[in-house]
Each structure stands twice: as C-alpha cells, then as structure tokens.
Design a binder for this molecule. Structure first.
Ligand SMILES: Nc1ncnc2c1ncn2[C@@H]1O[C@H](COP(=O)(O)OP(=O)(O)OP(=O)(O)O)[C@@H](O)[C@H]1O
Ligand SMILES: [Mg+2]
Length: 417
C-alpha cells in the first residue's frame, strides 16, 4: 500500500491523519511520545523525535525494510516546526519537498532575515546580539522599543518587547533560557496591524488562501512577553493590500528557495507597506489550517498539502476561496494558580456559531503565568456571517467559561480542629 508519513502525532495533527485515510493512504505517524494523541488514529506508528532528522530518517528506513509490500508516497507535517526533518526524509526517498537548504533557512530566524535582506524582501531591521551592549546599541540606532528573541524559538517563547525601562540583564537571561542553540537576535519593533497569511507556492507562484487579523489587544497586559489573543477572518485588508502581502510572501519564499510548498507568513502592515517578520515552511498550528481557513474560505490546505507532497497536481483554482464567512478564535487566560473549578462548558453548545473549543488544563493542574503561547489555557473558534458576528460570538463563548483559581498568595483557610 501507499504510505503517507506524518511527522508528529500531536492533537492538532489529527486532521491530517483523518484526511490521509480518507484519501486512501496507509497513514503512518512519527513521534517521540508513544502515547501521542494522533497515534490512536494512525494505521501504524514509528517512535522517533520529530526534532531529530537523522533519528527519524533511520527509523523510517528500518520501518520500510520491515514492510516491503508498502511504498512511501509522501511526507508532511503540520503545526510542528520541523521542516528539516520533513525535507530530510523526503529527499532520501526522492519525494516532493522544499529541500533541505530551504528547510534550514526556515529553522533559523537570523539566517532567514539575512536571506530576506539580500533579496530585498521587506523585513524589520535586525542584528545578531552577543551581549547586552549590542541590544543597547541597536536601540540607539533604531530607537526603543526593540524585540529580543531566540533565533530558534517557536510559540513566541522568549520573544520580548523591550523599552528603555526594561531590566536588560533579566531580559537577556529570560530570552536566552528559551534558546536551544544559545543565540539571540534583536529586531526593530515594527508597528502596525499584524496579519497571519497562509499560502501555497505552486511552480514559483504564490497563492494565498487566507489572511487573518491577529489580535494583540492584550499586548500591554503581558508585556514584555508578546502574547497574541487569537485572530479574525476575513482580515480588514483592501484588495490591493492582499495583493501586496501575496507578492511579499512570494518574494520571501523564492528568496528562501521555495517554489512548491506551503508558506505561512507573520506579516506587519508597517508604515511603508507590508513587512515580513517570518515565514514558516509548513502548515500552521492553532487550528488555522485545519479548521479556521476551511470554515472561512472553503479551502482545505491540509488536503492540498497532501496532494503536493505525494506528487499530485495542485492548480490555482483549488486555492481560490469558495465561500466568505467570518471566523474568529480567542483564548482563555485564567490567572496563575491551581485550578479549582471550570464552569460553563455546557453553555458553549448553546452559543450560536461555536465550532470548536478546547481547554488544555484540568482541575487540580497549575495554570502558569503566560509567557508564551503554549501557556494559554485553551480556545474557542466561532463563525458568523461576517467578522463582527464571529467576533461577538467567540467573545460571548470565552466569557461563558469561569475558571476558579487558587492564586499564589491567596490566603489559606485555617485548618479545622
Ligand atoms: N520585529 C517585530 N515587530 C513587530 N512584531 C514582532 C516583531 N518580532 C516579533 N513580533 C511579534 O511577535 C510574534 C512572535 O515572534 P516570532 O514569530 O519571531 O516568534 P515565534 O516564536 O516564531 O512565535 P510564533 O510561533 O507565534 O510565530 C510575531 O508573530 C509578531 O506578532
Ligand atoms: Mg513566528
């Protein structure tokens, strides 16, 4: 049988497993965790770290030696920043992929920015920093605020918005604690509306299926951490702005060497026009590719990514929206502490337009202080006729859930007796 290999078997990846099966493939998943949620719906599993390309490749080679009746048709991932692992397996078996060099660029924010700069792709000013004085010098050159971040981060871990009041030694240590390779960079903080785009490159041309406004209303609440509270589709963009973002993402992808494949953009609509913060060379997480985009536009990028990865043809027509609905996602932000109760979950079923919700914490678990996206406590996705209706519905749903939390420092009730 033909195998579709999916790198990673987390809960957000489940949709790719379902689709792979629907499309007639034998779906084999890889993950380090033998209890990974999507393994339950896989036809078979391979235990290997998704972040270790060599370990994954050798495990896949062994697996195929033991299953001579099967052939590998394609390899994909979603919601998991492991482009080098995907490209390494794909290249070994001569399957379609963005290639290892492009995957390496996508995994190193500093290298990516250099490639953008060399190719005149508009991106915020940036530099590698090796000490606190380098950060101060950058802020002198560009003015505060600046963004300090690990070159190998994901999920906004260690991404800090610094102004002149920041305790720089603390910020340095905090950001560095999230870098596996021990390297930081600083960027000019580009002001303007933030947009998420998700597109597919087909034969060197970019086709953007969706644009969402990212909601940073809580920026001041969590500063210096840069925490997003969801997004809304359709984005408030003119046709010309959408074209300009598509053009920028195309330039960025070509600069990285990507002519065929998914490209997910973090974009800021800066004073001089759109500016790219980074491009991820994979399907997005946060249920954007799997749920939010299909609900809003009718385009199923996960399916198209499987077609592309298995050598099939994707035409521009397949990337054109067929519907135009409002879709919004918002997150839960309970205070830090031990969760005593969560109430109101049953109300969600009665709120019109709610399409998906998930609460990551259980009663008795500790809700950490929110420093990065995985610290958020869960989400709701709602849809409506347009963006306002979707937003009103999602906000109503978020407000319906009450977290009762034992906050650190809460007075402890005196013991009886
Ligand atoms: N130079 C900048 N100017 C404006 N906003 C920025 C800048 N750098 C980062 N941000 C904001 O912070 C977010 C997280 O930064 P970045 O994408 O570099 O980190 P990440 O760890 O890859 O996060 P994620 O996985 O959420 O994309 C960006 O998506 C953007 O909203
Ligand atoms: Mg990012």
């Amino acid at each position: 049988m033909k195998i579709l290999l999916i790198i990673g078997a987390g809960i957000e990846q489940g949709r790719a497993y379902e689709l792979g099966t629907e499309m007639g493939y034998r779906v084999v998943g890889t993950d380090m965790n033998p209890q990974a949620p999507a393994f339950e719906i896989a036809d078979d599993t391979i235990q290997a770290s998704t972040r270790d390309p060599e370990e994954t490749l050798s495990a896949v080679i062994t697996y195929l030696q033991n299953h001579p009746q099967d052939t590998l048709a394609g390899v994909i991932t979603l919601a998991n920043d492991v482009p080098v692992t995907v490209a390494t397996v794909a290249e070994h078996f001569q399957l379609p992929s963005i290639g290892i060099p492009a995957a390496r660029i996508a995994s190193d924010k500093l290298l990516m920015k250099k490639v953008f700069q060399e190719n005149n792709v508009r991106t915020p000013s940036f530099r590698h920093v090796t000490c606190i004085e380098d950060v101060q010098a950058a802020a002198r050159d560009w003015h505060w605020p600046v963004v300090l971040k690990p070159i190998d981060g994901r999920g906004a871990r260690g991404v800090l918005l610094l102004d002149e009041t920041i305790d720089l030694p603390w910020a340095w240590q905090e950001s560095m604690s999230f870098s596996t390779v021990g390297k930081l960079m600083v960027e000019n903080f580009e002001t303007g509306p933030q947009i998420s785009s998700e597109s597919m490159m087909v034969d060197g041309k970019c086709y953007s299926a969706a644009f969402a406004d990212r909601n940073y209303q809580r920026l001041d609440q969590f500063r210096p951490y840069i925490i997003e509270d969801g997004g809304t589709q359709p984005a408030q963009l003119t046709a010309h702005q959408r074209w300009a973002i598509n053009d920028l993402v195309e330039k960025a992808a070509l600069a990285m060497g990507i002519t065929n494949g998914i490209v997910k953009g973090d974009i800021v609509m800066g004073p001089q026009g759109p500016c790219v913060i980074e491009i991820a060379a994979r399907l997005s997480g946060g249920y954007f590719a799997t749920d939010q985009i299909p609900l809003a536009t009718g385009v199923d990028l996960v399916k198209l990514a499987i077609i592309l990865a298995t050598g099939g043809m994707v035409t521009p027509e397949m990337l054109k929206p067929t519907v135009d609905y409002g879709v919004a996602i918002r997150y839960f932000f309970p205070p830090e502490g031990t969760i005593k109760s969560i109430q109101g979950i049953e109300k969600l079923a009665d709120i019109c337009g709610v399409r998906k919700s998930l609460i990551y914490r259980k009663i008795g678990e500790y809700q950490p202080m929110v420093k990065a996206h995985p610290d958020r406590a869960g989400f709701v996705i709602a849809m409506g006729a347009g963006r306002e209706e979707a937003q009103a519905r999602v906000e109503k749903a978020i407000a319906a859930i009450e977290f009762d939390v034992d906050e650190p420092g809460d007075p402890v009730a005196p013991e009886e007796g």
